[in-house]
Each structure stands twice: as structure tokens, then as C-alpha cells.
Design a protein around this ligand. Structure first.
Ligand code: SF4
Length: 510
């Protein structure tokens, strides 16, 4: 007890959620968020398949930044502020119509957790601080560890983080990724404005239903084997492909290609949280290469493999673990490739993690973990050396230590490769004009390069735009969104398209 000379001390107590019991499952909704609406809807299919009530939080909006700033420490990185504010605003809107007790009982929040040197390991602390501020300490929040697929039943049994859930979530993410890749490569060239978005909506619904109706197995190994071998998801993706067939595109529009990289949440997000930069780039006449979440999941496998490689002594146990890890990696890649193949091999392949590491190695050590680690350097150089993009737009969150390090290291990269077009954009959430105008400066140069490439290809091949258009009239299949244009050594779609047509040798020269 406090005396006149001793002030009351409130000791820190770590947040521990109240149990979420099995019988509460029917009346409780699991909230989640942080990805794109496409990923979240397909994930909802997985959750409904397992009989959970599940609902994604509304997409992050500018108002979430203000709500987050009010509730957590001022030095937090911008993704922490946005995502905390997002949860806060949702809970506030619920509390406006229900009692706090009802809100705390009707919802639980499921979020990814990790440890490591960046704030990602402490997101839940920010959420806790915000819950305290809202007077909702009783609200339950659970962490989905990124490296444990089978965490078992959470306290109370209402939520089971088991293989059917984890495999469903990963497969949903991979399907969301290949679909997103398709979306960004088609929309800039669509002939009927809005058709891509319409088809995307239908495709996501089709996949939602496929995940919702997926068969379930009691046995862990059967669950694993089924996911790795079934044609169930590739069949659904082939149905999706038929929908994309209907979209007509004009690939003769010359557009710069922009590889979007950056901090995990910022690069994935589509909305106010990153100034809606991917849509903005399209409105400025560019084509984006969006960042698949699959690359991050792939990256997470590698520290363990590196650790095993660096052991002083290779025991039989370590050797076996290494064989298993490499087999898991192969299965992961082959699943992603099966999904790509079902979409006509249109989505981009995953970059090789060893190559990313080696490309980044002279500038950024792979053991410097936190944020995206060496991958930001590796991805920029990968796009540059393989001629995949005219420029790289790196989204760097305000107050993010790991990303600041990679932007610093890029100075060394640019010293060695001065013609690499690189636009590091700092995102604070409230300095949009400044950030976009910086990006626009680099984009202007990227536009010139894409036009230069296109003119060069026309000259090299002797083809003309008119001759190609006449040929397209006789071969309308060329203007289908699902027609695959192979990479012919140029970053831009228009240049690759002309080069590809020239290789077929069927179009009359000028
Ligand atoms: S990588 Fe940066 S922005 Fe992302 S959680 Fe970590 S500190 Fe925050």
C-alpha cells in the first residue's frame, strides 16, 4: 500500500489474452488484416472452411494514421502506427454501438508475430497499449508465429493453429499472389477500362469458394500430402484463367516497368497506407511488378538453412534437418510454379534466394536481419541484371531502422551501377505530394528508357506498329490477356512483344 512518502507503483504486466473457449467459437468473430483485399478474402475462405467466423478489418485509411499516433509511442514505425490505428478505429466504431464488454466478447484479433531486431516483434505491444487506451484490456489478441505451422490449440481451444489452418493460409496467400501478379501485368493494357478489376473480383470470389469448400482430413500427414499433391487448387485457377481470357489488351502501349520493393507491409498494401502508390504509378502510365508475399515466406526458410551450413560440426541430425529443409523449399517452389502454370505461366517466377543473397552480398550481409534484410538490395540488382524493370521504387517506412540501412547501402550499389534507376520513397502517411513527386522524377527517366527500347526494337526488327496492328486483326488471340509474351531481353512489355512477334517471322516487314 502507498504511504505519504511512497507513491503507488503500477508494475508492468505483459499482455496475456483471456482464454477463447471452444464453445465461444460460434459467437465470436476472428478479425485479421494487413494484406490486400484479395488475399484477405481468399483467407476468409480458409477460415470459413474451418467453421470460424472471420472478418478482415477494413482497408487501412488515412484516418488510421491519426488514431494510431494518438494511441502508441511517437517513435513507432509507420506500418505499426497505421495497423494499430486500423484496429483502434474498428473497435471504436463497434464500441459506439455496443458495450465494451460485448465488443471484447464478440471479437478476437489474430495477427502474425515474430521476434528479431525490428519492431515487427513488438507489434502486439503497440496493440496492447492501444487496447489499454481504449479501456479494452479484456479484448483478446492471438499471435500466429510465422515459423510454426502447428502451434496447437490456443488457450481455451477456440482457436487451433494447426496444419489445416496453416496450410490453408499459405495456399491462400500463394493464390492471392499469382492473381495479383496477373492483375498488375494486364490492367495497364486493358482496352475496356475497369474490365480487369471486374474479372479480378469474380476470380477472387471463385477462389474464396474453392477454399471454403476444400476437403478436410483429420490426419496431419494426410492434410500435408493432400495440399502438396492435389489438383484441386490448380483446377480452380484454370477456371480463373478462362475468365481472364475475355480481357482484350493492347500491348503496343509503351510503358515503363517499375519493380515495387520495400518494407513488407508497405510494399504489399494497396491503399492510403502507401499513398496508393501502385495505382498512382499506373495512372502515371507505368506497369508495376508487385511484390509477392511468397518471396517473404521463402526468405523465412533460409536463415535456418544458413545456420545449418555454418555449423562447425555436421551431425547426422543436422544433416537430416538440412535435407528436410531443402525438400520443403523445393516443394514450396514447385507449388508456386504449379499455380503459375495453371494461369498459363503468366505470373512471374519467384527469384532464387541464393541469387538474391549473392547479389546483395558485397553491399549488405545476409545475417543482418530485420525488415527485409538483404533482399531489398538483392531484388533491385535482380531486376537490373535480368532486365526485368526500368526502375525500382522502394517504399521505406518513416522511422524504420532496417529499411534505413538498406537505403544507405543502396548508395554503394548506385556507385557501382549508376544507371540503375532507383526511387527510395519515404512513407510517413502524411507527406504524399513530396513522396510522389520524388518518384515522378525517376519515372520520367524510366519513360524515356522504355520509349528508347521500343524504338530500338522496331528498328532492329524492321516492323512497324501499323503492320503489327494489321497482323493482330487477323490473329485476335494475340490481344487476349492470357496470351503469353516471353521475356525477350527487354524490361518493357511493348518491346518484348514486338521482339517476340518478330521471332515468329510471320509479320510483313516495313
Ligand atoms: S521492418 Fe521497419 S517498418 Fe517494418 S515492422 Fe520492422 S521496423 Fe517497422
Amino acid at each position: 500500500m502507498a504511504t505519504a512518502t511512497q507513491p503507488t507503483v503500477n508494475h508492468y504486466k505483459a499482455y496475456k489474452p483471456r482464454p477463447f473457449s471452444r464453445k465461444e467459437r460460434e459467437t465470436t468473430t476472428i478479425l485479421y488484416g494487413g494484406l490486400t483485399w484479395k488475399h484477405e478474402r481468399i483467407i476468409q475462405g480458409t477460415m470459413h472452411n474451418l467453421n470460424y467466423n472471420a472478418q478482415p478489418l477494413p482497408n487501412v485509411a488515412r484516418a488510421d494514421l491519426d488514431a494510431g499516433k494518438e494511441m502508441i509511442d511517437v517513435g513507432a514505425c509507420c506500418p505499426t502506427i497505421f495497423t494499430t490505428g486500423n484496429l483502434v478505429n474498428f473497435l471504436k466504431s463497434e464500441v459506439a454501438n455496443k458495450s465494451k464488454e460485448e465488443v471484447a466478447n464478440n471479437y478476437v484479433f489474430l495477427t502474425a508475430g515474430a521476434c528479431g531486431p525490428c519492431r515487427f516483434g513488438q507489434y502486439h505491444e503497440s496493440y496492447t497499449m492501444a487496447l489499454d487506451g481504449l479501456g479494452l484490456r479484456d479484448f483478446r489478441m492471438f499471435l500466429l508465429a510465422q515459423d510454426q505451422l502447428d502451434q496447437g490449440s490456443q488457450d481455451g481451444g477456440g482457436l487451433e493453429i494447426n496444419l489445416p489452418l496453416s496450410m490453408g493460409l499459405i495456399w491462400a496467400i500463394l493464390c492471392g499472389d499469382v492473381l495479383t501478379d496477373l492483375e498488375y501485368m494486364i490492367r495497364p493494357y486493358e482496352v475496356v477500362p475497369g474490365q480487369t478489376d471486374q474479372v479480378m473480383q469474380e476470380s477472387v470470389e471463385l477462389l474464396y469458394e474453392a477454399f471454403r469448400d476444400r476437403p478436410l482430413y483429420d490426419n496431419k500427414w494426410r492434410t500435408l500430402a493432400w495440399h502438396l499433391t492435389t489438383d484441386y487448387f490448380t483446377g480452380a485457377l484454370r477456371e480463373v484463367r478462362k475468365k481472364w481470357d475475355a480481357i482484350e489488351v493492347d500491348r503496343l502501349q509503351v510503358k515503363p516497368k517499375v519493380k515495387v520493393t520495400g518494407e513488407f507491409w508497405l510494399q504489399t498494401h494497396e491503399g492510403d497506407g502507401n499513398y496508393n502508390i501502385k495505382r498512382w504509378l499506373e495512372s502515371e502510365g507505368a506497369e508495376n511488378i508487385p511484390p509477392p508475399i511468397a518471396v517473404w515466406l521463402h526468405y523465412l526458410m533460409h536463415p535456418e538453412i544458413r545456420k545449418l551450413e555454418k555449423r562447425h560440426e555436421m551431425t547426422n541430425r543436422a544433416r537430416l534437418k538440412m535435407v528436410i529443409m531443402k525438400a520443403v523449399e523445393r516443394l514450396y517452389n514447385s507449388t508456386y510454379n504449379r499455380f503459375r502454370k495453371a494461369l498459363g505461366n503468366l505470373p512471374n517466377e519467384l527469384p532464387n534466394q541464393i541469387e538474391l543473397k549473392e547479389l546483395a552480398d558485397p553491399f549488405y550481409h545476409f545475417e543482418l536481419r530485420g525488415g527485409e534484410g538483404h533482399m531489398l538490395i538483392g531484388k533491385a540488382l535482380y531486376a537490373y541484371h535480368h532486365k526485368k524493370a526500368h526502375m525500382v521504387c522502394e517504399l521505406t517506412p518513416y522511422s524504420c531502422m532496417p529499411n534505413t540501412m538498406s537505403v544507405g547501402s543502396m548508395a554503394g550499389v548506385l556507385g557501382k551501377y549508376p544507371d540503375l534507376l532507383y526511387a527510395p520513397i519515404e512513407i510517413k502517411g502524411d507527406a504524399e505530394v513530396h513522396a510522389l513527386s520524388r518518384c515522378q522524377m525517376i519515372l520520367t527517366e524510366a519513360k524515356k528508357r522504355s520509349q528508347r527500347d521500343f524504338d530500338e526494337v522496331l528498328e532492329k526488327t524492321g516492323l512497324t506498329v501499323e503492320a503489327i496492328r494489321q497482323y493482330e486483326e487477323r490473329h485476335p488471340e494475340l490481344r487476349r490477356a492470357t496470351y503469353r509474351v516471353p521475356h525477350m531481353g527487354y524490361p518493357g512489355t511493348a518491346a518484348n512483344y514486338v521482339m517476340h512477334l518478330a521471332k515468329t517471322g510471320r509479320i510483313g516487314r516495313a
